[in-house]
Design a binder for this molecule. Structure first.
Ligand code: 6R9
Length: 707
């Protein structure tokens, strides 16, 4: 058995007959009451009683089976809960995860023929959900909204699928989607899936250059966008960004014949949109003319479903490729258990479909379960910090899934105000308390570790101390949740993602790749495969192997650090590679550096992450300038603008630190370890500087730190 299984077994078998959480409590509590991090927070008896997984024992029973017989466990779920045109072959899973034994290969349900769009829509409609609300759409502007039932959603999806077919999009073709959170975004994803096309959604906050880079990499048949979007008070002209990207990609030999553009009337009128006749097509002019039924393209479980680019430790983003069958089974199952999903739930995930969370837990996971999903177009604090709770009350949201950065920013609104005066404090806390929020039942967190104080605010204030928090740890690469509480099953510890999902075997290894047991910390790896795992990096299987499977042979390496406490709870400690996590978004230091050095006056750049009160991590950039160029406020702004233009506003450095020289080893490697300490002003912890080529640069840097 795995280490993890031993932990859980010893925990779950503590008191005899500990089927009731309350028995377990006494035993665990006796040991662990001391420190704040070790405080347990228990699900109420009422919650546990109705939960899908009501106790550690139930979890253990299923977890054990999932590890001892993964093929049996997953094929049982796959065949009972999904539609397959044809069952998979003899092998449920075939895999090689060890680089020493040949190419890495992961396959689940190979030979099985299905379609994920069919499973999201047609299957649920056949099961009686035709008139159930599939999507509630809430506009940036309060008071504007729309909704679609499952059958209306299917009609919209089919119309678009038919249009895409009419312009020659076929199975296996890539489609780039650059849309904000309109209903048309999930509609587009599902329409692609219906005809076997591979969607690649690019978050509509990326710059034209980033978009062009992705277009050049995956060579789509068509680009789908809208003319503009409003985020808070600002109007963003998305079509202009696409136009610029298409000019750029044409320079690289990729020209796009069709740019399908949705007119987002509330943001910008047709007449004010720049247009290229022959290439640009208004969605509203063509799509509604197509039939509302469309035959499904049946695909193999291992046929690609989508590509999603994510940052790595080099400048070039990685095209994470997910396939159909395993991803379908995994996202649906994780959604169901981690949120204790019931048919009557109304679910709202604040993530954008431009990130993996929006793929797995706005579009696919919830739709596969026949859930009612809220899609919100705008900014979470517009027109004020009460908007989220306004939406929760309006739609009677029962499951609310968000990111720690949002929790912290909403929490800070209260805190800041309390400094000004009690009166203002009362008004600000009203942002939460003036709304009832009584529909809420389960809360969720994703994107980065949630610090215990934000956890407690989320739990006590937002959830009124009654809603368990599913702190879900996972990645673009994993497709779905990997380590997560199952609400109702476990007592929680604020800030811990707790235990692995069914079928997942997390291991913690040391530098040498040796598994370490018991209370420990190290690098987080995963042993074995799970159905939702990504299968390759698009066009670069070699990089897939090097990045994820070579660092610790025999395991999938997550890039995260993790510790396990004496009770077996997992605590994620953040990235251990050159990736920064800003507001839950992964940004490669190399990407920001290459943007900075593209500035004509910047000679060299080194970027590190620093702690940031709201964003989790902020971007701190050391720059050296071209000989003779003086540093100025104007130059600082123009460096930041360069990054915004090349990557997107979310990657703009929080701090530019002018450096006459960077600390380097004699072989010329930048010593980031030292830069991190300088950035966080831990100046007495610089460590060994004796290997520096020019030790003097460190003092120089410190002297310039706050200038
Ligand atoms: C889903 C998603 C993945 C990275 C991951 C880790 C961090 C995500 C977390 C978490 C601690 C959690 N991360 N969820 N860290 N606790 N609950 O965010 O995917 O954008 O690929 O980022 O985010 O560092 O490695 P992605």
């Amino acid at each position: 058995t795995t280490n993890h299984l031993r932990h859980v077994e010893s925990m779950a078998s503590l008191p005899s007959g500990a089927g009731k959480i309350s028995h377990l409590n006494a035993v665990i509590l006796g040991e662990a009451l001391a420190s704040e991090e070790n405080d347990f927070v228990f699900p109420s008896d009422d919650f546990s009683r109705q939960a899908l997984i009501p106790s550690p024992h139930k979890y253990l029973e299923m977890y054990k089976r999932s590890i001892e017989d993964p093929a049996g466990f997953w094929s049982g779920i796959a065949s009972s809960e999904f539609y397959w045109k044809q069952k998979w072959g003899d092998q449920v899973c075939s895999e090689n995860l060890d680089v020493r034994k040949g190419d890495i290969k992961i396959e689940w349900f190979k030979g099985g023929i299905t379609n994920i769009c069919y499973n999201c829509l047609d299957r649920n409609i056949d099961a009686g959900l035709a008139d159930k609300i599939a999507l509630y759409w809430e506009s940036n502007e309060p008071g504007f909204d729309a909704h679609l039932t499952y059958s209306q959603l299917l009609h919209r999806v089919c119309q678009l699928a038919n249009y895409l077919k009419s312009i020659g999009v076929r199975k296996g073709d890539a489609v780039i989607v650059y849309l904000p959170m309109l209903m048309e975004l999930p509609i587009t994803m599902l329409a692609c899936a219906r005809i076997g096309a591979v969607h690649s959604v690019v978050f509509a906050g990326f710059s034209s250059e980033s978009l062009a880079q992705r277009i050049v990499d995956c060579k789509p048949k068509v680009v789908i966008t809208c003319n503009a979007v409003k985020r808070g008070p600002k109007t963003i002209h998305l079509k202009d960004i696409v136009d610029a990207a298409l000019v750029e990609s044409a320079k690289n030999g990729i020209s796009i014949d069709v740019c399908l553009t949705y007119e987002n009337q509330s943001a910008l009128k047709k007449e004010s949109t720049k247009w290229q006749e022959g290439r640009d097509v208004w969605w509203e002019d063509v799509v509604p003319k197509y039939p509302t039924t469309c035959d499904v393209e049946w695909v193999d479980a291992e046929d690609p479903l989508f590509l999603l680019y994510t940052s790595g430790s080099t400048g070039k983003p990685k095209g994470v490729l997910h396939t159909t069958g395993g991803y379908m089974v995994y996202t649906a199952t994780t959604f169901k258990y981690a949120f204790d999903y019931k048919e009557s739930d109304v679910y709202w995930c604040t993530a954008d479909c431009g990130w993996i969370t929006g793929h797995s837990y706005v579009t696919y996971g919830p739709k596969l379960n026949g859930a009612t999903v809220v899609v919100y177009e705008g900014a979470p604090n517009y027109p004020d910090s009460g908007r989220c709770w306004d939406i929760v009350d309006k739609y009677k949201v029962t499951i609310f899934y968000t990111a720690p950065t949002l929790v912290r920013s909403l929490m800070r609104d209260g805190d800041e105000a309390s400094c000004i005066s009690n009166l203002v404090y009362t008004l600000k806390s009203l942002y939460v308390t003036r709304y009832s929020r009584k529909s809420l039942r389960v809360l969720g967190s994703v994107g980065e570790p949630i610090n215990p104080s934000a956890w407690r605010w989320f739990f006590n204030v937002v959830g009124g101390s009654r809603c368990p928090i599913s702190d879900t740890w996972w990645q673009t690469e994993t497709g779905g949740f990997m380590i997560t509480p199952l609400p109702g099953a476990w007592p929680q510890k604020p800030g811990s993602a707790t235990f692995p999902f069914f079928g997942v075997q997390p291991v913690i290894v040391d530098e040498k790749g040796t598994e370490i047991d018991g209370e420990c910390s190290g690098y987080l790896c995963v042993k074995g495969s799970w159905p939702g795992a990504f299968r390759t990096l698009y066009g670069d299987h070699e990089r897939y192997e090097t990045t994820y499977f070579r660092p610790f042979p025999g395991y999938y390496f997550t890039g995260d650090g993790c510790s396990r406490d004496k009770d077996g709870y997992h605590w994620l400690t953040g990235r251990v590679d050159d990736v920064i996590n800003v507001s839950g978004h992964r940004i490669g230091t190399a990407e920001v550096e290459s943007a900075l050095v593209s500035h004509p006056q910047c000679a060299e750049a080194a970027v590190v992450g620093v702690e940031h009160e709201v964003k989790g991590q902020g971007i701190y950039a050391f720059v050296t300038l071209v000989e003779g160029v003086p540093y100025s406020e104007e130059l600082r702004k123009s460096l930041i603008l360069t990054v915004r233009n090349q990557i997107g506003a979310f990657a703009a450095p929080d701090k530019i630190h002018w450096a006459p020289g960077l600390p380097k080893t004699r072989s010329g490697k930048i010593m980031r370890r030292i830069l991190r300490k300088i950035a966080s002003r831990q100046l007495d912890e610089l460590g060994d500087v004796s290997t520096l080529a020019e030790p003097g640069v460190v003092d120089q840097l410190i002297a310039l730190a706050d200038s």
